[in-house]
Ligand binder design. Structure first.
Ligand SMILES: [Ca+2]
Length: 278
């Protein structure tokens, strides 16, 4: 019996429960050290989650803003593309229209050329008619009716010569053709003559050779108008080397202003012929 009891005791000592170590009592400092690391780790993880959450929110906001900008840009590009396509269609239609009317435009151009030729022929016929009328009327001209190569303004006819003569020679040539060197008294006459003489020197019927005072070729007094003269003119220059005397005859410069020049100088000239009024 004793053995069995011993065996039983011995069996009890070998059992699982009997092998469990006795509970160990730890102090407060040990408990603190034991939970310190896990606690710090958990806190760090929590902070990391918070930071990532905040950063993620900011990043989401930035991404949303970027998405909006891309969306707006895409819309603008689409609108621009539509405008470009519309413009291309307009250009295509315009090109088609021009090509369709090309023949008609050519016809219009040809017609204008023919009209120009007809106008030239008409002017020639009118001049010939004037010449005939002048012959019939013993040399008198009808109003607005000018000889061939003469230009009409109001009741006068003007010839812009292609040859060059001295002022006295030009005066005599005009006189021989029933005219006189041009005497311009109105702005309309000045503008008309300047328009036809631009770029070339032309004698006018203006001189101070006879009395030293400027007068028209028919001895009508000339009222000085400095606006018509080049600044510094008339200067009665004597260093020209053309001949004796100074500059006593007036001519138009390239720009239509007046200058006095030695009368022996050969220039183109403007004749003026008066037609019958009425
Ligand atoms: Ca001069």
């Amino acid at each position: 019996m004793t053995t069995e009891y011993h065996d039983e005791v011995e069996d009890d000592n070998n059992s699982f429960w009997n092998k469990e170590t006795a509970p160990v009592y730890v102090s407060g400092v040990s408990m603190f050290r034991r939970w310190l690391f896990p606690g710090l780790t958990a806190t760090a993880i929590l902070l990391l989650i918070i930071v990532l959450g905040a950063t993620g929110g900011s990043r989401s906001s930035w991404l949303w803003s970027l998405d909006q900008k891309v969306s707006n840009l895409t819309g603008s590009l689409s609108a621009t593309q539509q405008l470009a396509e519309g413009a291309a269609r307009d250009v295509h239609r315009l090109k088609f229209s021009v090509e369709s009317n090309k023949d008609e435009l050519s016809s219009v151009a040809d017609a204008l050329k023919q009209l120009s030729v007809l106008d030239s022929l008409s002017r020639t016929v009118a001049s010939l008619k004037c010449t005939i009328e002048r012959t019939i009327n013993n040399g008198s001209l009808s109003a607005g009716c000018c000889p061939l190569d003469w230009e009409a303004l109001s009741s006068s006819c003007y010839l812009f010569s292609r040859t060059s003569l001295s002022w006295p020679e030009a005066r005599d040539w005009c006189s021989a053709h029933g005219a006189h060197l041009a005497m311009l008294t109105t702005d309309e006459e000045w503008d008309f003559v300047i328009l036809h003489t631009s770029g070339t020197y032309y004698w006018l019927g203006l001189t101070d050779q006879r009395t030293g005072e400027w007068e028209w070729v028919n001895q009508t007094p000339y009222v000085m108008n400095r606006r018509r003269w080049k600044p510094g003119q008339p200067d009665s220059w004597t260093g020209h080397g053309v001949g004796p005397g100074d500059e006593d005859c007036a001519h138009l410069l390239f720009d239509g202003r007046l200058n006095d020049l030695h009368c022996a100088t050969k220039l183109r000239f403007v004749c003026q012929q008066h037609g019958q009024r009425g």
